[in-house]
Ligand binder design. Structure first.
Ligand code: SAH
Length: 224
């Protein structure tokens, strides 16, 4: 599936900027408050991640297929999860599940240094070539992110963008002091958003709403 048309890659006109503004207002209405995050959503062109046939849907608050059997998350889900990370400029962030790269662009735009890992080789190769063409430069890794990315640990923040059966211990270990991990945990259909904070030698856990992510695969994920 050629999911990135050349036309959509280069065009970012007033119409698309207007639709992004509308999306930002909708997210604000839904309760998103982090101004830096809303600014990033207003800036990152989401339509360039869409196949030409789906282009008209790029700024709807919905998830969409991005090829290789994967999806780009709903903007509200991206916003909710990112807000829980409390991103500060300069934060070192590990993202598990690169997918389209949209989430990584949002984090970069907020001033984070981003390490992103993807388990699907085609998607990894595609996104690794595509994002720099948009001017976004995370560090790309290929492999099983359910074990984290120990070679570059520790991280100030870790975001898992696939649904996990449990919170992998390795991810808590790879968090810096005061670090935050946000991960959807549950069954294959729906998962509760869980926030883990590593503070003063303690592990604090908060739980939020249910979301629906594609499964986290690998050693600490689902087996198929
Ligand atoms: N953050 C993405 C959304 C990704 S969807 C975006 O902004 O578009 C979830 C992604 O997690 C899929 O691409 C899937 O292939 C990937 N994934 C699943 N299990 C994984 C694992 N163990 N390690 C790394 N990536 C994984």
């Amino acid at each position: 599936m050629a999911f990135l048309g050349v036309k959509s890659m280069i065009e970012d006109n007033y119409k698309q900027r207007g639709l992004r503004g509308k999306l930002v207002r909708k997210l604000r209405q839904k309760g998103i408050k982090d101004e830096k995050l809303l600014e990033a959503i207003g800036k990152v062109p989401r339509h360039v991640f869409f196949d030409d046939a789906l282009l008209g849907h790029a700024y709807e608050d919905k998830a969409f297929p991005i090829g290789h059997g994967q999806t780009i998350s709903q903007p509200y889900t991206v916003a909710f999860q990112t807000e829980k990370l409390e991103i500060q400029p300069g934060d070192k962030v590990l993202e598990i599940g690169t997918g389209s790269g949209y989430q990584a662009c949002i984090l970069l735009d907020m001033g984070a240094k981003v390490y992103t890992i993807e388990y699907n080789r085609n998607l990894y190769q595609h996104t690794r070539e595509f994002l720099p063409s948009l001017g976004y430069h995370p560090f790309f890794f290929y492999g099983d992110g359910s074990k984290g990315l120990p070679v570059r640990a520790p991280y100030d923040k870790i975001i898992v963008t696939a649904g996990a059966p449990v919170v992998p211990d390795a991810l808590i270990e790879q968090l810096a002091k005061g670090g935050i991990l946000v991960i959807p945990v549950g069954d294959r259909e729906k998962q509760k958003m869980v926030k883990i904070i590593k503070k003063d030698g303690k592990i604090l856990r908060e739980e939020f709403d249910f979301f629906s992510f594609v499964p986290l695969l690998g050693e600490q994920g689902w087996k198929s």
